[in-house]
Write a protein that binds this ligand. Sequence first.
Ligand code: FDA
Length: 285
Amino acid sequence: MRLPFFLAKRFVAAESVHRTLPVAAGLTKQGLHVTLDLLGEYISDPKLATEAKESYIQLVRSLHETRHEIDQNISIKLSMLGQKIDESFCLDNLHELLLVAKETGTFVRLDMEGTDVTDSTLSLFEKVYPDYKDHVGIVLQAYLKRTGDDVARMCELGARVRLCKGAYKEPAHLAYQDMPTIREHYLRHMETLLTKGHYPGIATHDDMLIAATKQYVTDHNVPVGDFEFQMLYGIRPETQLSINEEGYNMRVYVPFGTAWFPYFSRRLRERKENVWFVLKNMFRR
Ligand code: FDA
């Protein structure tokens, strides 16, 4: 069953690129940075993975054609490029995309998905990183017990990391389950990335973590240009603007496309207020 798009409208910019670009341009005009994410994940048919690669390349070209009206910055999922079919096929697809990213001056962030692909995602990242240092970055999830080692490795490489809590349901032997422990680890990784990392993205809507980050950069004289905050489209838009007005870089992750259901359901699972928001809108149309 396909749900009507209006349900997801708060969290997903549009179903097509041409309707998403004006949304991204509007955010840019307000002083925000953006990263565009063509939704979809866990593709199991090579034909669809090839199509996804073509769509990503087309997106990079469309952004380039806006002549810097919109940031040339996209987020992708390797499971869309065939990671679960064959890693070397996925690597070829990723190379092809990054080649166009390099030509056009685009930055490509590899989103982090479930623990079934964590090792594979980090290993593919390390394979492409030496050739595309300024054009590719990774995401690390504070709820994973392994992340301290991954943060250290990414600092050693000088790679750009987005730090988030983690959005997938993971078992207790791999991931911390309770919020105080996840926050405690988030804070530790945030401090390491701000001290030893390269332009980290502090991705959270959590006031406690945002306040701690501001405090840490003030106490340790970290220039505000050396990192950015990141939030999701449609979540706390006033806070996005106010953080930007305080002088910090704020990047908004703008998802779009027809395959929005898994992303949308993660946002609902995360926060019961999001469910109320959707229900209210169902009856308001
Ligand atoms: P969380 O939902 O844990 O809320 C904590 C507190 O924040 C709340 O108690 C409240 O105080 C405040 N708050 C949150 N939302 C609010 C609202 N709407 N209004 C008022 N207060 C609010 N995950 C992943 O696994 N892989 C990935 O690649 C990414 N990528 C990514 C990019 C970006 C830019 C972001 C922001 C997030 C991701 N995530 C992700 C998702 C991430 O892992 C996580 O699931 C969500 O960000 C939710 O965690 P938060 O820390 O944002 O707040």
